[in-house]
Design a protein around this ligand. Sequence first.
Ligand code: LMR
Length: 328
Amino acid sequence: RKLTSLITAITLTSVASLAAASCEPGEIVAKLSHVTGGTTHPKVVAANNFAEQINKELDGKLCVEVFPNSTLFGDSKELEALLLGDVQMLAPSLSKFGSYTEKFGVFDLPFVFKDIDAAIRFTESKSGRGLLNEMEGVGFVGLGYWMSGMKYFSANKALILPTDAAGLKFRVQTSDVAKAMIKAMDASPQPMAFAEVYGALQTGVVDGQENTWSNVYTKKFYEVQDSTTETNHQLLAYLFMTSTEFLDSLDADVRATFLRIANEVTLQANLAVKDAEATNRQNILNAGGKINVLNATQREAWVNAMKPVWKQFEKQIGADLISAAAGS
Ligand code: LMR
């Protein structure tokens, strides 16, 4: 595994320098940093597509370099770095904005979206689109929502009923809703940066985590967990974003092309996401990972255990927003 990590590091470094080398003198260089890896991950594909389109259409004017896998910034620093102008684009999970807005908690409510299609409908609705500009006051501009997938729990033992999770420690993103959800299972939440999850699972710092098939596969969590349970309990989606400062700095024609490409890539990414998730689910099985499928009664037990979380966050998120999401 050490050798694999070394090869990955060398490959990533050369990918990063290749991207850097393709920018010509006179072009504005814009960095897009994110935390996911592999080649089949929806965010990796969308970020690379965005860079490719920009670098083709805006050749000579704007050049985007992509830094995947937390190689430039990880979870804890990237939003600050965007405000400082050290990076120009990010695509963080919607669960990582707790310091800036409580409204994004709506995306984290357990079982609020039946599936990815319902989540896409919500993001395209008036309420969903309105949230894109929720943090303009801070200096963040939402360019689009990139879906990643529904989330599933994995642990160092098989989780069939929520009671199986009692007493375990789960890594969560920095989301108050996620923390409350884990507590509703009588388990303890441990917020942690994405880059640290594999090591924490391997060494037993945490017993489990929750994520999409694409993250479980590309980060190899299945290697250090007993199994992953198809709970489908929560959405993982990203805010593809830039800063007001960077967007305002672009010439009007460059800005218009930048925004059009952001929109086109977002639509394409969301059309492709279900296939990517299905492929990575199969990749986990092919690699020897175990998946537990729930029957209707078992699934109902997870819904019942977690549903009280909605009430806890009704004031912060807003009852109207919650019903708009739930009704999508
Ligand atoms: C996580 O931290 O689990 C995810 O948000 C990582 C990602 O960007 O998919």
